[in-house]
Design a protein around this ligand. Structure first.
Ligand SMILES: [Zn+2]
Length: 156
């Protein structure tokens, strides 16, 4: 059997913020923060809730990354978060979650070499050590699978 491989695509954390799943500040249902222009990282962001109709716009917001499980633009609670190892594991969206999952699952981790050298800015290379730690692997995977099974995947 071949070991499970993971190849880092070098995408930074910012690449995963074009669509963020949050808890609607008005009705607590699943809402989304989307960007109008996928090619512009700092374009206007909209918080849209199809449940209660909330539609909030922020013009060219800056990033406010924090250690709290909130989105970097509106500061709303992230939809995908779960307790794990005494901390909170959180994701901007499912793509982000599945990328971290495949990273944690893999026993063989490869970095891609970029023209400017080895990338240390990619989202996975910047994961907290407790997420990368082999001793937490099973707990992290279990937490992600609980999140997957919690019925929260209801996005069209
Ligand atoms: Zn709402």
């Amino acid at each position: 059997m071949y070991p499970k491989r993971f190849q880092d695509n070098g995408l930074s954390k910012y690449s995963y913020t074009t669509r963020i799943l949050v808890k609607c500040p008005r009705c607590s249902a699943l809402a989304q923060i989307v960007t109008a222009d996928l090619h512009k990282i700092s374009s206007d962001r909209k918080l849209v809730c199809t449940h209660c109709g909330l539609n909030k716009l922020k013009s060219s917001p800056g990033y406010g990354f924090s250690y709290k499980p909130v989105d970097p633009f509106f500061g709303e609670l992230l939809w995908l978060q779960v307790n794990c190892c005494g901390k909170t594991l959180w994701f901007f969206n499912y793509e982000h979650m599945f990328k971290v999952k495949s990273y944690v699952e893999a026993s063989l981790r490869e970095n891609l070499r970029f023209s400017h050298g080895w990338s240390n800015r990619s989202m996975v290379s910047r994961l907290p050590n407790w997420v990368k730690s082999a001793k937490n692997r099973n707990n992290v995977l279990k937490a992600i699978s609980n999140l997957e099974k919690s019925g929260k995947i209801s996005l069209s």
